[in-house]
Design a protein around this ligand. Structure first.
Ligand code: AMP
Length: 288
């Protein structure tokens, strides 16, 4: 199916209105572009579960806390569009901050959407204002497209909790969370991996190895957060990583300090490897 390309949020809104008026269900996949196989898995699922799938490609300045990170974020819309066509995406749209928020006189004047309680800690603590920016653009995308379902990757686990909060506050869409797509060596796929120097890949792999070590210990019956965490740190210490956090959380009770009685757990790590900030996470319990 040819993928229609639309360059304004208002154009995308008109497209979505017309399709919904025909009775078609829409699946939306919000992205920042530089698409990889992980993104395409979300799009394939959106194609399978809805009448039409559409994708937004927008490097959202509101969610970046560092100008350099925003500047160097990889962009390749022509390649993205070709990839989306190969997976039967019906429409891809882009926009500018002004295009998304035409009523705001400046970026500071854009009213921020509450990201909810899951925005606290981890990514929220290390990237100030990040989840306000995420919630604000996610809410705008939901309002413009009114999709039946929206697809998010487990790779950004905390973001999925924020997306759920926003969807709940707006009364839709259904948020679908897709499992993390990895390269064969275990590295979680990320657009930022394009910026990872080849000689630092070994260091980057310590992130997924740390998560696997915690999971192995959990499967052997360990439930003490500190010991599970120590297993992660043992892997991370062997690599050259500027670690930001390596933590455990109860995914059903995000804001509580995990204690010994942990029934479910998710391990989450983030750090800088050379010029790139990477993050990863994994459920330790089996029924996730
Ligand atoms: P991004 O372009 O990085 O903002 O990602 C857009 C969507 O794709 C988000 O919901 C991400 O969580 C998801 N995503 C990115 N990388 C992966 C991956 N390796 N596996 C699954 N989903 C991913």
């Amino acid at each position: 199916m040819p993928t229609e390309r639309i360059d304004t949020p208002q154009g995308a809104q008109r497209w979505a209105q017309a399709k919904r008026a025909e009775g078609l269900s829409l699946g939306l996949v919000p992205t920042m572009g530089a698409l990889h196989e992980g993104h395409l898995e979300l799009v394939r699922r959106a194609v399978a579960e809805n009448d039409l799938a559409c994708v937004s490609v927008f490097v959202n300045p509101l969610q970046f806390d560092k100008a350099k990170d925003l500047e160097t974020y990889p962009r390749d819309l022509a390649r993205d569009a070709a990839l989306l066509e190969s997976v039967d995406c019906a429409m891809v749209f882009t926009g500018t901050l002004e295009g998304f928020f035409p009523d705001a006189a400046s970026p500071e004047a854009i009213p921020r959407v509450d990201p909810g309680p899951a925005a606290e800690g981890l990514e929220g603590a290390h990237r100030l204002g990040h989840f306000d920016g995420v919630a604000t653009i996610v809410a705008r995308l939901f309002e413009l497209i009114e999709p039946r379902r929206a697809y998010f990757g487990e790779k950004d686990f905390q973001q999925t909790l924020v997306a759920r909060h926003v969807a709940q506050a707006l009364g839709g869409p259904e948020v679908v969370v897709c499992s993390t797509s990895r390269d064969p060596d275990g590295l979680a796929r990320s657009s930022r991996n394009l910026l990872l120097p080849a000689e630092r890949r070994g260091d980057a792999l310590a992130l997924s190895r740390a998560l696997l070590a915690a999971r192995a210990l959990w499967r052997a019956g360990e439930r003490q957060p500190e010991l599970l965490r120590a297993a992660m740190l043992a892997e991370l210490d062997q690599a050259s990583i500027d670690l930001e956090y390596a933590e455990l959380r109860d995914p059903e009770d995000w804001n509580r300090e995990p204690n010994v009685g942990l029934q479910r757990a998710r391990a989450l790590v983030a750090g800088r490897v050379g010029p790139v900030r990477l993050l990863d996470n994994m459920a330790l319990h089996d029924d996730a």
